[in-house]
Design a protein around this ligand. Sequence first.
Ligand SMILES: [Zn+2]
Ligand SMILES: [Zn+2]
Length: 680
Amino acid sequence: MSVIRDKIDQIKFRVLSPSVVKSMSVVKVVNPELYDADGYPIDGGLMDLRMGVISPGMRCRTCGERVKECPGHFGYIKLARPVIHIFYVKWIYKLLKSTCRECGRLLLSSEELEKVKAELDSDLDTSELVSEAKKKKLVSRASSRKKCYYCDAKKKRVRLNKPYTFYYGKKKLTPIDVREWLERIRDEDLGVTSFNPLAGRPEWMVLTLVPVPPVTVRPSITLESGTKSEDDLTHKLGDLVRANQRLYENLSAGAPEIIIDDLWDLLQYHVTTLFKNNVSQIPPARHRSGRPLKTLAARIKSKQGRFRKNLAGKRVDFSARSVISPDPFIKINEVGIPRLMAFELTIPERVTEWNINWLKNFIKNGPTKYPGANYVITPEGKRKKISEETMEVILEELGVGYVVERHLLNGDPVIFNRQPSLHRMSMMVHKTRILPHKTLRLNLCVCPPYNADFDGDEMNLHLPQLPEARAESQILLDVNNHLVSPRYGLPIIGFINDHILGAYLLTQEGVTLSREEAMDLLFSVGISDLPDKKELTGREVFSQLLPDGFDFELKSRDGNHIKIRDGVLESGFLNKKSLGAGSGLLIQYLFRDFGQSVAIDFINKATVLFIKYLQRAGVTVSPSDSDLPRKGEQKIRNIINYYTSKVDGLIEDYKKDKIKAYPGKTKRETLEFKVLASLS
Ligand SMILES: [Zn+2]
Ligand SMILES: [Zn+2]
């Protein structure tokens, strides 16, 4: 098979003509049976070998190729009587309404037609929408005419009884009537409707042939027991062929008209449900088990259809997904990755004379010991799996130019993502931290940009593979480069919940810590030299995190006055306004005056300090904290009393017959309406 390398410029969809259906087909399907007694596909059946092969070892009788090589070929079913194509009912209805049944002309005078044609010609370079709107108006004008301009015939009303039965006046139109009518419409008249005569003839919207899709798009599955399970489409087509053959037999036997009409209706039903199995007004075709069949339209549209499931969305390699959980002791630009995942997620590393010994260690560990490697790729591009048996040979032959696919290591950049990906901070690069257990872990400060919490949220990882991608992603997406939100210019990565509570308690007036306590706290964030004092205040402890020369002031309405002079917190306590994500002015000023790395360093250290302090401080909550105050209780009671009396009044009026009914409503309905209105 040759490969087509042209680029597609545009695709146009048109109605298939019966002659095209026939010419693209290789089989006329006439037999509803699939296999003979030996399990071999029957000639003229739905699994006919000329329509392609699906079982290994067999050859297609059209192209001679085997499974996977043969693309499959269409067949067709010749319908005993024509039927309406369900997807074109609207178009047929429009054309029937606007044309004459006798001569097929559009119901417009020749002057009108000439005028419109001239207008449309001069419109050629204006918008397609404009001429489309004109055409629409024209067709609706033609639909209102009561008489033909050309043959003087009187036009009766055309009615559509959904889903697909047409009436002309009182007479029911059979698909044959409809088809003949559509045949009479001239191409030149179609030119002024939205129906493009170059795209096809309107009578093709009434089917005489049905294309049978190749076997390859509706493969059967052989179960363990050896029985074959057929695709829904094959089931549906089988019913169609069966109904069609019965109609043929009855027609040639000269059966009474009632029987013919019933069978014709059944044929119409099967063709309709082949295209679309959820037409309102008619019951869906079902499998023997009672499950509705999945036919053509359902295969293409909706979330589970071909476009959204298979074409727009694809699975990718080098990615992972798991539940997330918090870890306050990793840095904000780190992500905790389960060791289990690290065995599967690999990075290709090219062997040079400088790293060959380092890489050999990974190969020695193999795929089962961390940190190891799963594959090597030779300079010729051959993949070799590392295992107990192959390890010796691979270690022997490994040289410059080989590629080793090693396990993920601490510090590798990975892209971390939480859906919905609404802004650029929804995908950021974190540095790997390989940890035990099975969840992905992140620092609480990066919850706001991802909008993540831990009630079962899952997040995704993607590993940039090549050095260029690793470098680029790190430069563009690193968490540290996304401290400030582009939306409102304040830090989006900041302190939340427990951090703020810890900070609040630590910086209260009168909080003192012994030198040992302060030392313990600060050592956990990597600070070892303290002011030479026996006792430190909470503010002094906090000040150790601030750089010298940092000045900051923030007054708030509750009287809190935060004052930082030369990196020392002199007064005030820290709160959400100064530290929180989305507001954090203190972080903002640090970022502005000292740069990104100082701000990041502050956040990393302060989170640990605040949480460590909160662990020893503690906060108590008791049930009585949620008790309603007396005043509130009274207020609620007053509101309830007010509305109760209001509704009572309405009911009283109703009983005394003082309520006037609203138009079209009974008195009782009016009462209900009034009660609802007064309560909302
Ligand atoms: Zn073939
Ligand atoms: Zn006419």
